[in-house]
Each structure stands twice: as structure tokens, then as C-alpha cells.
Design a binder for this molecule. Structure first.
Ligand code: ACO
Length: 311
């Protein structure tokens, strides 16, 4: 242990300052960040698939253009996050390899299928809504490159959430079939979106240490509660019912109560047995392998340029 480094690190954390790539940091801190940031990057990249599924079938040119832009934003988020992780000494090829060999975790939510157009609304409203709740506090994470990447990501994420809400609002103002499609989709996405926040605090091995290091600012349960509190009034505006009969305002707590989630399902999805785990990883592997010729050409070009400079 570098004692001077450790002291300086402790001071930075105590002062709620930022740790930068050139600062000394404990190995555990570095590892936790690589784990969380790479999982986050993978989630953005895999998260392109459930929506990419609808680009060719979006119901209008306008919806198609919006959806395409949104999926591109997600690719961008993945790239900022891979860059942030690289500042911690892990290279991109290693992270890609972990993802396509199925070793890396990414958000459970992207292992669910998106069979209807209304799912584009639910993903925006619920999935991106949960992502914002979880990610706004990460803009104050102690690791500088991560926190800075999160600022831009959150701005785009809040636009994504509104576009999802607006898709559902249009459907809820439409025909009976459209209303039913919106409700059916919300029924499927609601609980998985709540699980995005991670296991209950008592079963979350990383939370305490991550909070002590100012990486996470709140526990998983507190953020989940915030999310439910935000959703209830929005669901009223939409006219959709949240599929949980236990949702009720609790005057004493000043929050909405809500029912237990099915954590067995969560663990099944994490273990690779969700609806689409295999499809998602296979698709990513095919895309990666199919793109080999582009990387090869880029390398050849870079080499050629370097030779020219050398000459
Ligand atoms: N999906 C998949 N894995 C999860 C999920 C989830 N929804 N929630 C928790 N886990 C995993 C954790 O990664 C951890 O696994 P590991 O120790 O093998 O790495 C394990 O379950 C235990 O959970 P925690 O101890 O609570 O883990 P952590 O402190 O990392 O908290 C959380 C999990 C809240 C997801 C945190 O990592 C985080 O805030 N990440 C950044 C946000 C993010 O990744 N969002 C991705 C989805 S949003 C989007 O892409 C649109």
C-alpha cells in the first residue's frame, strides 16, 4: 500500500472530491469501478437490441427517426462508458471478450423480449425512467471520468424517457386495441424495471462499500422507492394501471407502499435463464465478429499513417 497515496485518497473521499485516473487508488476501489462501469457499458450496448428490433417496423417515419436516434444514443453511452473504464487500466478488447463469451453481467432488464410496439413506450417510460433515477446520483460519483460521462448520459436519458411516455400517451388516446396493447406492455415491464435497481439492500453485497467510497450515493431500495413514487402520478396521467395491487399511499412514511418483487425471477435472469439471454449474447457476438473487417481496416489505416509520420 502506498501510504501517502492512501492518505490522499481518504482525504479526497472525505472532502467529497473527485478521484482522477492519475491519482493513487485502492485496488478494491479500482476493481469495483471497473465492474460497475463495464457492466453499465455492456447494458447500454445490449440495450440497443430490444429497441433495434422495432426500427424497421416503427408505425411512422417520425417514430422510426426518433427510435433510430435513441438506439444510436445508447451506442454512444456504451462508448463513453467503455472509455471511462479504460482509464482504470482495463482494455476494451478484454471487456468485449467478457461480454461475448457470456462472462460479463449486464442489466437484467435487457433479457426480456419486446414483442409489441407498445414495448417501445414501456422501455422509454419504465426502463429509461428507472435508469435516470439510478443514474442521476452517479453524476456525483467520486470517480471523475465516470461522473462526467454520467452527466451527458442523463441528459439524453431524460429525453428517452419522455419519448417513451409520449408513445404510451398516444396509444392511451387511441383505439381500444391500442389502449389494451399499452396496458399489456406496462404489465410486463413494470416489475422487471423495479428489479433494475438491484437486490434489496440486505442482499446487496456491494452497496455499503460503494457508498463509503461515494460511488453509489443511495442504496438500491431507496432509489427503487423514489422510482415508484415518481411512477404513480405519471401512470394516472397516462391512464394505465400499475400491475401491483399493493400500491398505496402511506401517509406516515410519505411514500407509496408497494408489493414484494419476485426475486427468484431476478436470480434466474442473472443466471442466464431469462427470456432472451442467449439471443442477446449471440447477437452481440455475431455483430462483433461480423465487424472484424472494419477493425482490421482501421488498424491497417492507422499503421499506414504511423509509417508515413515515421518516414
Ligand atoms: N441486472 C443485472 N445484475 C444486477 C442487477 C441488475 N438489475 N442489479 C444488481 N446486479 C448484480 C450486481 O452487478 C452485482 O453483481 P457482481 O457483484 O457479480 O458484479 C450483484 O447483482 C449484487 O448487486 P449489488 O451488490 O447491489 O451491486 P451494485 O452495488 O453494483 O449495484 C447497480 C447494482 C445498482 C445496478 C449498480 O451497479 C449501478 O448503479 N450500476 C450503474 C447503472 C447501470 O449499470 N445501469 C444499467 C441499466 S440502465 C441502462 O443501461 C439504460
Amino acid at each position: 500500500v502506498d501510504e501517502v497515496g492512501q492518505l490522499r485518497f481518504n482525504e479526497l473521499i472525505a472532502a467529497d472530491s473527485r478521484v482522477e485516473p492519475t491519482d493513487w487508488m485502492p485496488e478494491g476501489y479500482r476493481k469495483t469501478l471497473v465492474r460497475q462501469i463495464s457492466q453499465h457499458a455492456h447494458s447500454e450496448i445490449i440495450g440497443m437490441q430490444p429497441e433495434g428490433n422495432w426500427i424497421t417496423r416503427a408505425p411512422s417515419l417520425k417514430r422510426k427517426a426518433i427510435l433510430m436516434a435513441k438506439v444510436q444514443d445508447e451506442a454512444g453511452h456504451g462508448l463513453y462508458l467503455y472509455s471511462a473504464a479504460q482509464t482504470l487500466g482495463v482494455d476494451r478488447e478484454t471487456m468485449f471478450d467478457q461480454l461475448i463469451t457470456g462472462k460479463a453481467k449486464y442489466s437484467s432488464i435487457f433479457n426480456y423480449l419486446s414483442p409489441t410496439w407498445a414495448d417501445m413506450g414501456s422501455i422509454g417510460w419504465l426502463v429509461d425512467g428507472a435508469a435516470i433515477c439510478n443514474q442521476v446520483p452517479l453524476c456525483r460519483a467520486s470517480y471523475g471520468p465516470y461522473a462526467r460521462a454520467m452527466v451527458r448520459i442523463c441528459k439524453e436519458e431524460s429525453f428517452h424517457q419522455r419519448q417513451g411516455f409520449e408513445i404510451l400517451l398516444s396509444l392511451m388516446n387511441g383505439s381500444d386495441e391500442q389502449k389494451a396493447m399499452a396496458q399489456e406492455s406496462v404489465n410486463r415491464w413494470y416489475a422487471p424495471a423495479l428489479m433494475m435497481f438491484g437486490p434489496p439492500d440486505g442482499d446487496s453485497p456491494n452497496s455499503q462499500q460503494s457508498m463509503a467510497w461515494n460511488i453509489k450515493r443511495f442504496g438500491n431500495d431507496e432509489l427503487r422507492q423514489r422510482f415508484v413514487d415518481m411512477l404513480v402520478p405519471q401512470a394516472e396521467i397516462l391512464g394505465v394501471t400499475l400491475p401491483d395491487p399493493d400500491i398505496a399511499w402511506n401517509e406516515e412514511r410519505g411514500h407509496y407502499d408497494f408489493g414484494e418483487l419476485d426475486w427468484t425471477e431476478f436470480h434466474e435472469v442473472l443466471a442466464g435463464r431469462g427470456q432472451a439471454n442467449t439471443v442477446r449474447v449471440n447477437r452481440r457476438r455475431d455483430a462483433h465478429e461480423g465487424g472484424e473487417w472494419v477493425r482490421e481496416a482501421a488498424r491497417a489505416y492507422a499503421d499506414k499513417k504511423a509509417d508515413k509520420h515515421a518516414a
